[in-house]
Design a protein around this ligand. Structure first.
Ligand code: SAM
Length: 237
C-alpha cells in the first residue's frame, strides 16, 4: 500500500468498507467474539476515549460546544460527546463505518437518561481532507496510523484550520520498543492485517502543529499490551 497517486487513501477506504469494517466493528463493540489481542486493543482504545472525554470535560461543560470528530469509526467518541450535550459533526471515509455509527447513536442516545438532552450527531461520509467549516474543537483519533508522516503533515494542518480552540489527536508513537514490535509483526502478517501501520514520532507531529501556528498544551500516553497511543491536545500558539 505504498503511495501511488494517493493510493494509500483508496486502500484505506476499501479496507474500512470491507474486512477492516468487520474487524474494527468487533474490536470497538461489546460482543465477546474477540481474541485476546483484540480484547486488549478494545481496552486500550476505550482508555483513549475516556482520556479524551476527561480532557474535554475538565475544560468545562460540552453543552452546545461544536465538535468535529474526523474519522469517527463506529462512533465510540461521537456518542459520549453527544451525551454531554456537544453538537457533534462526525464523519468518516468509510460509508460502512458511518452507517454503523449512526445505528449505534440511534440506539444509545434514545436510551440515554442523563441530565443533559443529547443532540443526535450529524453523520457524514467524507474524508477528513475535504471537511470544511469551523468547530470549537476538532478530534481525530487513531486515524493517522494509516498514513505516512508526509501525508499526516497535511492532514494535521487541515484539521487545525477547522478548529477554533482545540485540536486533539491520537497516534501510534514511534518509540524504539513499539518500532520493534511492529517490525516483528511485519515478519508475520496475519490475514486481517490488510493495511500498513505507520508510526509517528511525537516531534514530527509537534513540528507539523507548530508550522501552522499551534502548540501542544497537554499530552497523554495510553498503553496496554498491544495498544499504544500518544494523545495530544493542541491550541493556537
Ligand atoms: N476514530 C475512531 C475511534 O477512535 O473510535 C475510529 C478509528 S479507526 C482505527 C480509523 C478510522 O479512520 C476508520 O473508521 C477509517 O475509515 C477512518 N479513516 C481513515 N482514513 C481517513 C480519512 N482520510 N478521512 C476520514 N476518515 C478516515
Amino acid at each position: 500500500a505504498e503511495e501511488v497517486g494517493g493510493g494509500d487513501k483508496e486502500v484505506v477506504r476499501n479496507y474500512f468498507n470491507n474486512s477492516g469494517f468487520q474487524r474494527w466493528k468487533k474490536i470497538y463493540g461489546e460482543t465477546d467474539d474477540v481474541n485476546k489481542v483484540q480484547l486488549d486493543i478494545r481496552l486500550g482504545h476505550s482508555k483513549t476515549v475516556e482520556n479524551v472525554m476527561q480532557m474535554l470535560t475538565d475544560d468545562g461543560s460540552l453543552k452546545g460546544v461544536t465538535v468535529c470528530d474526523a474519522g469517527c469509526g463506529t462512533g465510540c467518541l461521537a456518542i459520549p460527546l453527544a451525551k454531554e450535550g456537544a453538537l457533534v459533526s462526525a464523519s468518516d471515509i468509510s460509508a460502512a463505518m458511518v452507517a454503523e455509527a449512526e445505528k449505534q447513536a440511534k440506539e444509545q442516545l434514545a436510551a440515554s437518561n442523563g441530565d443533559i438532552a443529547p443532540v443526535m450527531p450529524k453523520f457524514e461520509v467524507k474524508d477528513l481532507e475535504s471537511l470544511d467549516g469551523k468547530y470549537d474543537t476538532v478530534v481525530c483519533l487513531d486515524v493517522l496510523i494509516h498514513y505516512p508522516q508526509n501525508k499526516a503533515d497535511g492532514m494535521i494542518a487541515h484539521l487545525a484550520s477547522l478548529a477554533e480552540k482545540r485540536l486533539i489527536l491520537s497516534f501510534a508513537p514511534k518509540t524504539f520498543y513499539y518500532d520493534l514490535l511492529k517490525r516483528i509483526g511485519e515478519l508475520f502478517p496475519g490475514p486481517s492485517k490488510a493495511t500498513r501501520a505507520y508510526l509517528h514520532a511525537e516531534a514530527d507531529v509537534e513540528r507539523a502543529l507548530n508550522k501552522v501556528g499551534w502548540k501542544i498544551r497537554k499530552r497523554g500516553l495510553i498503553t496496554t499490551q498491544f495498544y499504544f497511543a500518544r494523545l495530544v491536545e493542541a491550541v493556537p500558539a
